[in-house]
Write a protein that binds this ligand. Structure first.
Ligand code: ZN
Length: 322
């Protein structure tokens, strides 16, 4: 019985910066980074196990060949995807389809995602939702390029949490670092890209205007999730997302101070990312060091385990739809 420690899969992005190297001490080549897929079983973009009997194997392979570690799951593919995103420039304004549309049109999962803000420059904002009241109004504003009136800008600071259901227009903007927990999918419809021209091609990037209009929910409604806080010996646990509002994943922020003994409870396995501090995880009599940037899965069958030290964790588990 060992935790599955994972090495990130990096995706260079034009809008990326270097914070993933400086904050999380990841060894990444010079240049812009943008995305670290820290817990990923998505196709060829999977993170790999860094130590133990499965060292070097992609998470996707282990999920397929060792279902017992995941409680014999019903999802054929690893259902969740966790990323660090370092926005050093504005990302394109986008929207994701729900499961039904994605299965029909893209043969992939839909994408509901969430952002927990790790850092935000003073004055930073993100785009979340829109101001159109009807589909006709949305279509007219998009066709007219009336982005200033259409897009909702929301100020952000470290510690903020945003639940972004499929069908929500959204974008990260310059100066924001988040940990993103989402359905394992890569279906993105680009609605607006600030009319930027790609240096490499001399062309504007492709937009998916009709698909974006098809899947955008009108009117926009802010997701209302409760965030109950529970105090246990050695930890303060804040629920960020849970069913029934969040059907695809449970999500928690956990502040560990001292020693927190816990277990899987009703969950088949847990995804854990260390976003601050240092300490260790004790599982089956073995102690494993933890530091900022460490990512792991506690597999099925782990009865009881202890997080020690001063740690800030983002933890998740698959929801009832997965
Ligand atoms: Zn997105």
């Amino acid at each position: 019985m060992e935790p599955l420690f994972l090495t990130p899969y990096f995706r260079p992005k034009l809008w990326g910066g270097r914070k993933l190297a400086t904050i999380f001490h990841y060894h990444i080549p010079e240049g812009k980074v943008g995305e670290a897929w820290i817990i990923s079983g998505y196709k060829d973009d999977a993170s790999a196990v860094s130590q133990g009997p499965f060292a070097g194997q992609p998470l996707r392979t282990i999920y397929l060949t060792h279902p017992e570690l995941f409680g014999y799951p019903k999802s054929a593919e690893f259902p969740l995807l966790v990323k660090f995103l370092d926005a050093n420039d504005n990302l394109s304004v986008q929207v994701h389809p729900d499961d039904h549309y994605a299965h029909e049109v893209e043969h992939d999962r839909g994408k509901t995602e969430s952002w927990y803000v790790l850092q935000a420059d003073p004055g930073a904002y993100l785009i979340y939702g829109h101001n159109a009241k009807t589909k006709a109004e949305l279509t007219a504003m998009v066709k007219a390029g009336d982005w200033d009136h259409l897009l909702r800008k929301v100020p952000v600071k470290a510690g903020d949490f945003f639940y972004v259901p499929a069908g929500t227009i959204h974008a990260l903007t310059k100066g924001i670092l988040v940990i993103e927990t989402q359905q394992s999918s890569d279906v993105t419809y680009r609605l607006y890209d600030y009319d930027r021209v790609d240096d490499a091609t001399g062309q504007k990037r492709l937009l998916h205007t009709q698909k974006s209009l098809d899947v955008t929910k009108v009117p926009h409604v802010d997701a209302k999730l409760a965030h109950p806080v529970v105090q246990e010996t050695g930890a303060t646990i804040t629920t960020l997302a849970a069913p029934p509002q969040s059907a695809h994943f449970y999500l928690w922020e956990v502040q560990v101070a001292g020693a927190w003994q816990t277990g899987l409870g009703k969950h088949p396995y847990l995804l854990v990312s260390v976003i601050a501090g240092a300490g260790e995880l004790v599982l089956a009599g073995q102690a494993y060091p933890l530091a900022i940037g460490t990512n792991l899965i506690v597999p099925n069958g782990a009865e009881s385990f202890i997080f020690k030290g001063h740690l800030k964790l983002i933890m998740s588990a698959p929801g009832p739809k997965e």
